[in-house]
Design a protein around this ligand. Structure first.
Ligand code: NI
Length: 169
């Protein structure tokens, strides 16, 4: 089932999500809904808080669903390693219409549980490393806007506030 994606301004996006106690059928259904919602958007990653669920779950497919079986599900993920630095444009399904250049480590290793509740370690460089960090940030209540400094950040937030006031957000 495709779920509505919440946008910047919703408090669920600003709070720290709770760990998943047990990977049940209900959690697997939530994961399947997240994957369906991500592909429909379309996007390359989605975190549970983005559909209003404050749990530590994210899904990533940097192929955007073009290659079958590429989807990564991470439950209770945590960083094992982060190295290097990359500067690339980034956007977010919860901040539609805005992109900005964000500094991120070039390589990331993340450990968590998969859809079946089995331990999994994912290593990514480039876009995958960026997606891993973007989605894990969501689980701690951080948006890419929070990673921007000064003027670029203020400019985007000012434009969003204007859209919110006119009901266009
Ligand atoms: Ni996002």
């Amino acid at each position: 089932m495709i779920r509505p994606i919440v946008k910047f301004g919703d408090p669920v996006l600003a709070r720290k999500a709770e760990p998943v106690a047990e990977v049940t059928g209900e959690i697997r259904q939530l994961v399947d809904d997240m994957i369906e919602t991500m592909y429909a958007a379309p996007g390359v990653g989605l975190a549970a808080p983005q559909i209003g669920v404050p749990l530590r779950i994210c899904v990533i497919d940097i192929s955007g669903g073009r290659r079958g079986g590429q989807v990564i599900t991470l439950i209770n993920p945590e960083f094992v390693e982060r190295t290097g630095m990359q500067l690339e444009e980034e956007g977010c399904l919860s901040v539609p219409g805005y992109n900005a250049t964000v500094a991120r480590p070039e390589r990331a290793v993340v450990r968590g549980l998969d859809r079946e509740g089995q331990p999994v370690t994912i290593e990514g460089t480039g876009l995958l490393a960026r997606a891993l960090q973007h989605e894990l940030d969501h689980l701690d209540g951080t948006l890419f806007l929070n990673r921007l400094r000064g003027l670029p950040r203020d400019l985007i937030i000012r434009k969003i506030r204007k859209q919110q006031r006119s009901g266009a957000w």
